[in-house]
Design a protein around this ligand. Structure first.
Ligand code: GAR
Length: 194
């Protein structure tokens, strides 16, 4: 077996319920080549911070001043160093200095088939309500690179699911979440080690 002794480090950003972050942490637990080094959140009460801490993963709570008015994050990430930044339900726009420093190395997951239902303010249940209101027969997930604009970076993978007239925003959310949990961690793995 080919073994690359250099461990790759991930930083996960999460500000929602953190279910994707938790899946990613579980997926890479004990992985020989990839380690979740730090979980970052703008919410001090985010449950994923407790989960990460209990597994010995470092946690970082950020505020807008730290994120947008300083570049301290680059120094903090340099200590690992971070190879891939993963946005898993993180709703703040990545600042230009971060995109520049990690160009091609920041990925986001979006709960719809971009370019539909993307952009500022399009997140969580709002996306699924819009899909339902439009009467779409499919929705899905988009995993994409991050640039300076919301949801506009190059697409890495899209997976769709069928939507029927009996579906509600809640059942659409369930279908989409299942795809997110299935695909996000393996895509991260293949981006890092091919
Ligand atoms: C996920 O569905 C993710 O796709 C979405 O937030 C949810 C977070 O769920 N992200 C966006 O809408 C970004 N625009 P989680 O906190 O349970 O992982």
């Amino acid at each position: 077996m080919h073994y690359n002794s250099k461990v790759k480090h991930i930083a996960i950003f999460a500000s929602g319920t953190g279910s994707n972050a938790r899946k990613i942490i579980d997926y890479f637990e004990g992985h020989p080549q990839i380690r979740v080094a730090v979980v970052v959140s703008n919410r001090p009460d985010a449950l994923v911070l407790d989960m990460a801490g209990s597994k010995g993963i470092q946690t970082l709570v950020i505020n807008r001043d730290y994120f947008y008015n300083s570049e301290q994050l680059l120094t903090d990430f340099g200590q690992y160093p971070i190879d891939l930044v993963v946005l898993a339900g993180f709703l703040w726009l990545a600042p230009p200095y971060l995109v520049k420093a990690y160009r091609g190395k920041i990925v986001n997951i979006h709960p719809a088939l971009l370019p539909k239902y993307g952009g500022k303010g399009m997140y969580g249940s709002r996306v699924h309500e819009a899909v339902k209101a439009a009467g779409d027969t499919a929705s899905g997930i988009t995993i994409h690179h991050v640039n300076e604009h919301y949801d506009e970076g190059d697409i890495i993978l899209q997976v769709s699911c069928a939507i029927g007239s009996e579906d509600t925003p809640a059942t659409i959310a369930g279908k989409v979440q299942q795809l997110e949990h299935q695909y996000f961690a393996p895509v991260i793995e293949s981006l890092l080690i091919g």
